[in-house]
Design a protein around this ligand. Sequence first.
Ligand SMILES: Cc1cc2nc3c(=O)[nH]c(=O)nc-3n(C[C@H](O)[C@H](O)[C@H](O)COP(=O)(O)OP(=O)(O)OC[C@H]3O[C@@H](n4cnc5c(N)ncnc54)[C@H](O)[C@@H]3O)c2cc1C
Length: 382
Amino acid sequence: MNTSKYVVVGAGLAGAATAWHLASRGHEVTVLERSTPANEWGSSHGSARIFRYAYPDLGYTRMVIDARRGWDELERLSDRRLITPTGSVDHGSVRRPRQLAEVLQSAGVEHELLSPAQARHRWPQLVFDTEVLWHPGAGVLDAETTVTTMVELAVTQGAQIRTGWELSSVTRSGNGFRLTSFTGEVLEAERIIVCAGGWLPALLSELSLPDAFVQQMPSLQVRQEQAYHFPYKEAREASATPWPTFIHLSENLQIYGLPGGRDAQFQGQKVAKFNGGKVLPSARAQDQIMDESNRQQVMDYVTRYLPGVVPEPYAETTCLFTNTPNEDFVLDTVDNITVVSPCSGHGGKFAPLIGEMAADLATGRGQVPEIFRVFGRHQYHQ
Ligand SMILES: Cc1cc2nc3c(=O)[nH]c(=O)nc-3n(C[C@H](O)[C@H](O)[C@H](O)COP(=O)(O)OP(=O)(O)OC[C@H]3O[C@@H](n4cnc5c(N)ncnc54)[C@H](O)[C@@H]3O)c2cc1C
């Protein structure tokens, strides 16, 4: 039998960030990971996620500003580039570029509002039919390298990581907890931080959480998202205007795209339909099979709106989305168990901040935004 004061369950972006913060504050911490850090069955694999400041809500934009300080610190400590600057364009009637511009203005984030014609002139590789918000501070974050970097930093500062250790159940034992794996291993801990991503819904009832907490949890919907890489017609370096990340939302479209990363050989734009993947009964039900009609919808979009790429994907991937009804994260603690669920398709950019907040909660200091708490969570829509 083993003991550890803090146990973090899961080594995706959230768990790795929490372990990094706990270890760097000098705490004894063990990370349990059912597979390997940033594995392909979770949400943090691959090398490309959008880092952007544009949110319809000032609170989130301010959180990105705070998170950016954490990214800078991570890049400094590791001497690795984790966010590649690209800038970002937001467009479409539902995306409301003008409203986003007002939020960025209030937060002091550099931006420009362009007419469709101005935007088309600047980015001939894209088609726009509404005003366009451009903000140059956006970029592409390398999720997988970020996870391994944070795990390495945590281990350097004394954290232990156990891979292939899948938590099956938690029981209360004395002042702490007894954690048991599916293969019968046992670990004792004083405090637990559960960062299990899309596996959380199935695990909730096994964590010895108070019934009232579990009942108050927002519902968590798990989806198998699909993303495709489309080759650039012009090599990225030869392109007159560098490819930005983009979000295009209108009445009948929910599409985002970003320059593909290392796993797509930096040769194309990664494009996906937001919440276009199938809803799963649990993370375990993933099959990584691409849905033909989803692929066709994205190809149709690309044909119409992305003239700068060949509308035939050269690579594709699946990933787990874990959605709350209003896309706010879950970050709360009760009786020494902290539950962390920062996904809904946009949690990656906050990773260093989420880790800091989770470590604060677990150690009994600091505050997290009320909208993330389970008790007293007020209704709020982005
Ligand atoms: C397709 C896609 C696109 C996205 N795009 C963006 C974007 O552009 N910008 C952005 O900011 N965010 C984006 N996100 C969201 C971001 O990637 C997630 O917020 C983030 O990866 C969530 O990390 P996590 O640690 O909560 O979950 P995960 O990365 O899933 O980590 C959970 C870990 O827990 C482990 N685990 C689960 N159960 C157990 C158990 N019982 N015992 C031990 N270990 C366990 C899993 O193996 C896994 O490694 C996107 C997500 C997806 C899927």
